[in-house]
Design a protein around this ligand. Structure first.
Ligand code: F7E
Length: 333
Protein backbone atom coordinates (compact mmCIF):
# COMPACT_ATOMS: atom_id res chain seq x y z
CA UNK A 1 0.00 0.00 0.00
CA UNK A 2 1.33 3.47 -0.81
CA UNK A 3 2.19 5.95 1.95
CA UNK A 4 -0.82 7.90 3.19
CA UNK A 5 -0.72 11.65 2.81
CA UNK A 6 -2.06 13.78 5.63
CA UNK A 7 -2.71 17.50 5.46
CA UNK A 8 -2.83 19.48 8.71
CA UNK A 9 -4.02 23.06 8.96
CA UNK A 10 -2.81 24.82 12.10
CA UNK A 11 0.19 22.48 12.06
CA UNK A 12 2.28 25.00 14.00
CA UNK A 13 -0.11 25.06 16.95
CA UNK A 14 -0.06 22.86 20.04
CA UNK A 15 -2.31 20.16 18.59
CA UNK A 16 -0.90 20.43 15.07
CA UNK A 17 2.64 19.77 16.22
CA UNK A 18 1.66 16.75 18.33
CA UNK A 19 -0.50 15.41 15.53
CA UNK A 20 2.35 15.80 13.02
CA UNK A 21 4.56 13.71 15.33
CA UNK A 22 1.83 11.10 15.76
CA UNK A 23 1.28 10.77 12.00
CA UNK A 24 5.01 10.68 11.19
CA UNK A 25 5.40 7.84 13.70
CA UNK A 26 2.59 6.04 11.91
CA UNK A 27 4.41 6.35 8.60
CA UNK A 28 2.36 9.13 7.02
CA UNK A 29 3.71 11.71 4.66
CA UNK A 30 2.78 14.92 6.49
CA UNK A 31 1.92 18.23 4.85
CA UNK A 32 1.14 21.40 6.72
CA UNK A 33 -0.53 24.62 5.66
CA UNK A 34 0.98 27.73 7.19
CA UNK A 35 0.81 31.41 6.48
CA UNK A 36 3.56 32.75 4.25
CA UNK A 37 4.99 34.82 7.15
CA UNK A 38 5.48 31.55 9.05
CA UNK A 39 7.79 30.22 6.35
CA UNK A 40 9.70 33.48 6.34
CA UNK A 41 10.65 33.25 10.04
CA UNK A 42 10.46 29.53 10.83
CA UNK A 43 12.62 29.55 14.00
CA UNK A 44 10.27 32.12 15.51
CA UNK A 45 6.82 31.37 14.12
CA UNK A 46 7.20 27.63 13.77
CA UNK A 47 8.90 27.05 17.12
CA UNK A 48 6.82 23.96 17.94
CA UNK A 49 7.88 22.35 14.66
CA UNK A 50 11.60 23.10 14.63
CA UNK A 51 12.50 19.47 15.38
CA UNK A 52 10.26 18.26 12.55
CA UNK A 53 11.08 20.74 9.81
CA UNK A 54 13.09 18.26 7.75
CA UNK A 55 10.36 15.63 7.96
CA UNK A 56 7.23 17.58 7.08
CA UNK A 57 6.32 19.44 3.93
CA UNK A 58 5.05 22.94 4.69
CA UNK A 59 3.07 24.88 2.11
CA UNK A 60 2.11 28.52 2.30
CA UNK A 61 -1.62 29.14 2.00
CA UNK A 62 -4.05 31.42 3.74
CA UNK A 63 -7.38 30.02 4.89
CA UNK A 64 -8.87 33.34 3.88
CA UNK A 65 -8.29 32.58 0.20
CA UNK A 66 -10.33 29.91 -1.57
CA UNK A 67 -7.92 30.01 -4.53
CA UNK A 68 -4.94 29.43 -2.24
CA UNK A 69 -6.56 26.48 -0.50
CA UNK A 70 -7.79 25.00 -3.78
CA UNK A 71 -4.27 25.11 -5.24
CA UNK A 72 -2.70 23.58 -2.15
CA UNK A 73 -5.23 20.73 -2.04
CA UNK A 74 -4.83 20.14 -5.79
CA UNK A 75 -1.07 19.70 -5.36
CA UNK A 76 -1.09 17.68 -2.14
CA UNK A 77 -4.14 15.47 -2.82
CA UNK A 78 -4.35 14.29 0.79
CA UNK A 79 -5.89 11.01 1.98
CA UNK A 80 -6.68 12.57 5.35
CA UNK A 81 -7.13 16.21 6.28
CA UNK A 82 -7.06 17.54 9.85
CA UNK A 83 -8.51 21.03 10.06
CA UNK A 84 -7.14 22.52 13.27
CA UNK A 85 -6.46 26.10 12.23
CA UNK A 86 -8.74 28.67 13.83
CA UNK A 87 -8.78 31.87 15.78
CA UNK A 88 -9.02 29.87 19.02
CA UNK A 89 -8.64 32.28 21.92
CA UNK A 90 -12.05 32.76 23.50
CA UNK A 91 -11.98 36.51 23.29
CA UNK A 92 -14.80 38.70 24.41
CA UNK A 93 -13.53 41.77 22.57
CA UNK A 94 -16.15 43.18 20.22
CA UNK A 95 -13.58 43.99 17.52
CA UNK A 96 -12.50 40.36 17.36
CA UNK A 97 -16.00 39.10 16.61
CA UNK A 98 -15.84 39.90 12.93
CA UNK A 99 -12.45 38.40 12.19
CA UNK A 100 -13.11 35.30 14.33
CA UNK A 101 -16.38 34.52 12.55
CA UNK A 102 -15.02 35.22 9.08
CA UNK A 103 -11.79 33.29 9.50
CA UNK A 104 -13.26 30.27 11.25
CA UNK A 105 -16.37 29.78 9.15
CA UNK A 106 -14.98 30.66 5.72
CA UNK A 107 -11.73 28.80 6.29
CA UNK A 108 -13.64 25.62 7.11
CA UNK A 109 -16.02 26.06 4.20
CA UNK A 110 -13.26 26.75 1.65
CA UNK A 111 -11.31 23.71 2.73
CA UNK A 112 -14.31 21.37 2.69
CA UNK A 113 -15.45 22.64 -0.70
CA UNK A 114 -11.99 22.20 -2.24
CA UNK A 115 -11.69 18.66 -0.86
CA UNK A 116 -15.16 17.74 -2.11
CA UNK A 117 -14.30 18.82 -5.65
CA UNK A 118 -10.72 17.60 -5.83
CA UNK A 119 -10.40 14.58 -3.51
CA UNK A 120 -13.89 13.59 -2.37
CA UNK A 121 -12.61 10.40 -0.73
CA UNK A 122 -10.28 12.33 1.55
CA UNK A 123 -11.20 11.78 5.20
CA UNK A 124 -11.76 15.00 7.12
CA UNK A 125 -11.38 15.95 10.77
CA UNK A 126 -12.87 19.13 12.18
CA UNK A 127 -11.70 20.58 15.48
CA UNK A 128 -14.91 21.26 17.35
CA UNK A 129 -14.85 22.42 20.96
CA UNK A 130 -16.69 22.31 24.27
CA UNK A 131 -17.23 26.07 23.75
CA UNK A 132 -20.06 24.99 21.43
CA UNK A 133 -21.97 23.86 24.54
CA UNK A 134 -21.65 27.30 26.19
CA UNK A 135 -24.47 27.49 28.70
CA UNK A 136 -25.58 23.89 28.20
CA UNK A 137 -28.71 22.98 30.11
CA UNK A 138 -27.41 19.57 31.24
CA UNK A 139 -24.18 18.02 32.48
CA UNK A 140 -22.03 16.19 31.67
CA UNK A 141 -22.20 17.06 27.98
CA UNK A 142 -22.19 14.36 25.33
CA UNK A 143 -22.90 14.18 21.58
CA UNK A 144 -26.65 14.55 22.25
CA UNK A 145 -26.38 17.74 24.31
CA UNK A 146 -27.81 20.80 22.63
CA UNK A 147 -25.33 23.52 21.68
CA UNK A 148 -25.86 26.92 23.30
CA UNK A 149 -22.62 28.78 22.57
CA UNK A 150 -21.86 31.91 24.61
CA UNK A 151 -18.86 33.20 22.67
CA UNK A 152 -18.32 34.24 19.09
CA UNK A 153 -15.65 31.56 18.91
CA UNK A 154 -18.23 28.97 20.05
CA UNK A 155 -20.72 30.26 17.47
CA UNK A 156 -18.14 30.02 14.69
CA UNK A 157 -17.40 26.44 15.70
CA UNK A 158 -21.08 25.47 15.75
CA UNK A 159 -21.32 26.83 12.19
CA UNK A 160 -18.26 24.76 11.22
CA UNK A 161 -19.75 21.70 12.89
CA UNK A 162 -22.96 22.11 10.88
CA UNK A 163 -20.95 22.51 7.66
CA UNK A 164 -19.22 19.21 8.39
CA UNK A 165 -22.52 17.45 9.08
CA UNK A 166 -24.01 18.82 5.87
CA UNK A 167 -21.06 17.80 3.71
CA UNK A 168 -21.21 14.35 5.27
CA UNK A 169 -24.95 13.96 4.64
CA UNK A 170 -25.25 15.72 1.27
CA UNK A 171 -22.02 14.68 -0.42
CA UNK A 172 -21.23 11.47 1.44
CA UNK A 173 -17.87 12.75 2.64
CA UNK A 174 -16.07 10.94 5.44
CA UNK A 175 -16.09 14.06 7.63
CA UNK A 176 -15.99 13.84 11.43
CA UNK A 177 -15.95 16.37 14.23
CA UNK A 178 -14.19 16.01 17.55
CA UNK A 179 -15.81 18.01 20.34
CA UNK A 180 -12.69 18.52 22.38
CA UNK A 181 -12.73 19.93 25.88
CA UNK A 182 -9.74 22.00 27.07
CA UNK A 183 -6.45 20.22 26.52
CA UNK A 184 -3.07 21.45 27.66
CA UNK A 185 0.65 20.72 27.46
CA UNK A 186 4.02 22.46 27.59
CA UNK A 187 3.25 23.58 24.02
CA UNK A 188 0.07 25.45 24.99
CA UNK A 189 -0.02 29.10 23.91
CA UNK A 190 0.84 31.63 26.62
CA UNK A 191 -2.53 33.38 26.31
CA UNK A 192 -4.36 30.40 27.84
CA UNK A 193 -4.61 30.23 31.61
CA UNK A 194 -2.70 26.98 32.21
CA UNK A 195 0.43 28.05 30.36
CA UNK A 196 0.15 31.54 31.78
CA UNK A 197 0.29 29.96 35.23
CA UNK A 198 3.15 27.52 34.59
CA UNK A 199 5.31 30.07 32.78
CA UNK A 200 4.47 32.57 35.55
CA UNK A 201 5.67 30.10 38.19
CA UNK A 202 8.93 29.60 36.28
CA UNK A 203 9.47 33.35 35.96
CA UNK A 204 8.86 33.87 39.69
CA UNK A 205 11.23 31.02 40.56
CA UNK A 206 13.88 32.54 38.29
CA UNK A 207 13.43 35.95 39.88
CA UNK A 208 12.08 37.52 36.68
CA UNK A 209 8.66 38.30 38.18
CA UNK A 210 7.26 38.86 41.63
CA UNK A 211 3.54 38.27 40.99
CA UNK A 212 1.07 36.58 38.66
CA UNK A 213 -2.11 38.40 37.71
CA UNK A 214 -5.10 36.20 36.93
CA UNK A 215 -8.86 36.44 36.46
CA UNK A 216 -11.51 34.21 38.03
CA UNK A 217 -9.84 31.55 40.19
CA UNK A 218 -13.17 29.82 40.74
CA UNK A 219 -13.67 29.10 37.02
CA UNK A 220 -13.68 25.37 36.37
CA UNK A 221 -12.64 23.40 33.33
CA UNK A 222 -12.39 19.79 32.18
CA UNK A 223 -8.65 19.82 31.40
CA UNK A 224 -7.02 16.94 29.53
CA UNK A 225 -3.61 16.29 28.03
CA UNK A 226 -3.17 17.45 24.43
CA UNK A 227 -0.92 14.62 23.30
CA UNK A 228 -3.63 12.10 24.10
CA UNK A 229 -6.33 14.18 22.42
CA UNK A 230 -4.60 14.18 19.02
CA UNK A 231 -4.65 10.37 19.08
CA UNK A 232 -8.45 10.59 19.25
CA UNK A 233 -8.43 12.72 16.08
CA UNK A 234 -6.54 10.03 14.20
CA UNK A 235 -8.79 7.27 15.56
CA UNK A 236 -11.90 9.10 14.29
CA UNK A 237 -10.61 9.02 10.73
CA UNK A 238 -9.84 5.29 10.91
CA UNK A 239 -13.49 4.35 11.55
CA UNK A 240 -15.53 2.86 8.71
CA UNK A 241 -18.17 5.58 9.20
CA UNK A 242 -17.69 9.30 9.94
CA UNK A 243 -19.23 10.58 13.18
CA UNK A 244 -18.90 13.12 16.00
CA UNK A 245 -17.22 12.42 19.31
CA UNK A 246 -16.81 14.20 22.64
CA UNK A 247 -13.22 13.99 23.91
CA UNK A 248 -12.83 14.87 27.58
CA UNK A 249 -11.67 13.58 30.96
CA UNK A 250 -15.02 13.95 32.73
CA UNK A 251 -13.24 15.64 35.66
CA UNK A 252 -13.54 19.28 36.70
CA UNK A 253 -10.81 21.35 38.32
CA UNK A 254 -10.76 25.02 39.18
CA UNK A 255 -8.17 27.56 38.10
CA UNK A 256 -7.31 27.75 41.81
CA UNK A 257 -6.56 23.98 41.85
CA UNK A 258 -4.25 24.44 38.89
CA UNK A 259 -2.52 27.40 40.54
CA UNK A 260 -2.06 25.61 43.87
CA UNK A 261 -0.50 22.53 42.29
CA UNK A 262 1.72 24.51 39.91
CA UNK A 263 3.17 26.66 42.71
CA UNK A 264 3.53 23.65 44.97
CA UNK A 265 5.59 21.87 42.30
CA UNK A 266 8.00 24.80 42.55
CA UNK A 267 7.99 24.81 46.35
CA UNK A 268 6.16 28.17 46.45
CA UNK A 269 3.09 29.32 48.35
CA UNK A 270 0.72 30.59 45.65
CA UNK A 271 -1.12 32.98 47.93
CA UNK A 272 2.01 35.14 48.21
CA UNK A 273 2.22 35.69 44.45
CA UNK A 274 -1.19 35.47 42.80
CA UNK A 275 -3.15 38.69 42.40
CA UNK A 276 -6.67 38.64 41.01
CA UNK A 277 -7.14 41.30 38.39
CA UNK A 278 -10.60 42.31 37.07
CA UNK A 279 -9.01 42.85 33.66
CA UNK A 280 -8.83 39.05 33.19
CA UNK A 281 -12.39 38.28 34.30
CA UNK A 282 -14.85 37.38 31.54
CA UNK A 283 -18.46 38.34 31.54
CA UNK A 284 -20.93 35.71 30.45
CA UNK A 285 -18.40 32.98 29.89
CA UNK A 286 -19.31 29.32 29.42
CA UNK A 287 -20.48 27.51 32.52
CA UNK A 288 -18.26 24.83 34.05
CA UNK A 289 -18.43 22.31 31.24
CA UNK A 290 -17.60 18.68 31.85
CA UNK A 291 -17.50 16.11 29.07
CA UNK A 292 -18.84 12.58 28.81
CA UNK A 293 -16.49 10.74 26.44
CA UNK A 294 -18.12 7.34 26.81
CA UNK A 295 -18.94 7.13 23.09
CA UNK A 296 -15.24 7.67 22.21
CA UNK A 297 -14.31 5.00 24.71
CA UNK A 298 -16.87 2.53 23.32
CA UNK A 299 -16.28 3.08 19.61
CA UNK A 300 -12.73 4.42 19.32
CA UNK A 301 -11.30 2.60 22.34
CA UNK A 302 -10.02 6.02 23.48
CA UNK A 303 -9.67 7.15 27.05
CA UNK A 304 -7.53 9.70 28.89
CA UNK A 305 -4.59 8.45 30.92
CA UNK A 306 -2.44 11.22 32.28
CA UNK A 307 -3.59 12.58 35.62
CA UNK A 308 -4.22 16.28 36.20
CA UNK A 309 -1.39 16.76 38.72
CA UNK A 310 1.08 14.92 36.54
CA UNK A 311 0.19 17.17 33.63
CA UNK A 312 0.56 20.35 35.70
CA UNK A 313 3.98 19.17 36.88
CA UNK A 314 5.13 18.38 33.34
CA UNK A 315 4.16 21.91 32.26
CA UNK A 316 5.91 23.57 35.22
CA UNK A 317 9.02 21.44 34.65
CA UNK A 318 9.17 22.36 30.98
CA UNK A 319 8.81 26.10 31.67
CA UNK A 320 11.47 25.96 34.40
CA UNK A 321 13.82 23.96 32.17
CA UNK A 322 13.40 26.59 29.43
CA UNK A 323 14.71 29.19 31.89
CA UNK A 324 17.48 26.87 33.05
CA UNK A 325 16.19 26.44 36.60
CA UNK A 326 15.95 23.06 38.30
CA UNK A 327 12.69 22.27 40.03
CA UNK A 328 12.80 21.35 43.74
CA UNK A 329 12.53 17.60 44.43
CA UNK A 330 9.08 16.17 43.81
CA UNK A 331 6.75 16.32 46.78
CA UNK A 332 3.22 15.02 46.98
CA UNK A 333 0.81 17.63 45.69
O1 F7E B 1 -9.48 29.90 30.03
C1 F7E B 1 -10.20 31.42 33.34
C2 F7E B 1 -11.08 31.81 32.15
O2 F7E B 1 -8.28 30.96 28.12
C3 F7E B 1 -9.82 28.88 30.95
C4 F7E B 1 -9.32 27.17 24.15
O3 F7E B 1 -8.49 26.11 23.76
O4 F7E B 1 -10.55 25.74 25.60
C5 F7E B 1 -9.84 26.95 25.56
O5 F7E B 1 -10.67 28.05 25.90
C6 F7E B 1 -10.53 29.46 32.14
C7 F7E B 1 -11.64 30.44 31.80
O6 F7E B 1 -9.32 28.64 27.88
C8 F7E B 1 -7.46 33.79 33.50
O7 F7E B 1 -12.05 32.75 32.55
C9 F7E B 1 -8.91 32.93 34.87
O8 F7E B 1 -12.74 30.14 32.64
O9 F7E B 1 -7.31 28.89 29.21
P1 F7E B 1 -8.51 29.65 28.79
P2 F7E B 1 -10.84 28.60 27.37
O10 F7E B 1 -11.43 29.94 27.29
O11 F7E B 1 -11.57 27.61 28.22
C10 F7E B 1 -11.68 25.66 24.71
C11 F7E B 1 -12.23 24.26 24.85
C12 F7E B 1 -11.33 26.05 23.33
O12 F7E B 1 -11.82 25.46 22.37
C13 F7E B 1 -10.50 27.25 23.17
O13 F7E B 1 -9.97 27.34 21.86
O14 F7E B 1 -9.59 30.20 32.91
N1 F7E B 1 -9.15 32.39 33.63
N2 F7E B 1 -7.87 33.78 34.80
C14 F7E B 1 -8.26 32.91 32.76
N3 F7E B 1 -8.08 32.69 31.45
C15 F7E B 1 -7.07 33.34 30.82
N4 F7E B 1 -6.84 33.11 29.50
N5 F7E B 1 -6.27 34.24 31.51
C16 F7E B 1 -6.41 34.52 32.85
O15 F7E B 1 -5.69 35.28 33.45
Amino acid sequence: MSTKRALITGVNGQDGSYLAEELLERGYEVFGLVRRVGLEAPEHRLERLVHLLDRIDLRAASLESYAGIFNAVAKIRPDECYHLAAASFVSYEFDDEFSTLTANINGTHYLLAALKDLVPDCRFYFAGTSEMFGSAASAPQNEQTRFRPRSIYGISKVAGFELIRNYRERYGMHASSGILFNHESPRRGHEFVTRKITSGVARILAGHASELRLGNLDAERDWGYAKEYVKAMWLMLQQPEPDDYVIATGLLHSVRDFVRIAFQCAGLDWERYVVTDPHFFRTGESVALCGDASKARRILGWMPNKGFEEMVREMVEADCAALGIPLPAREAV
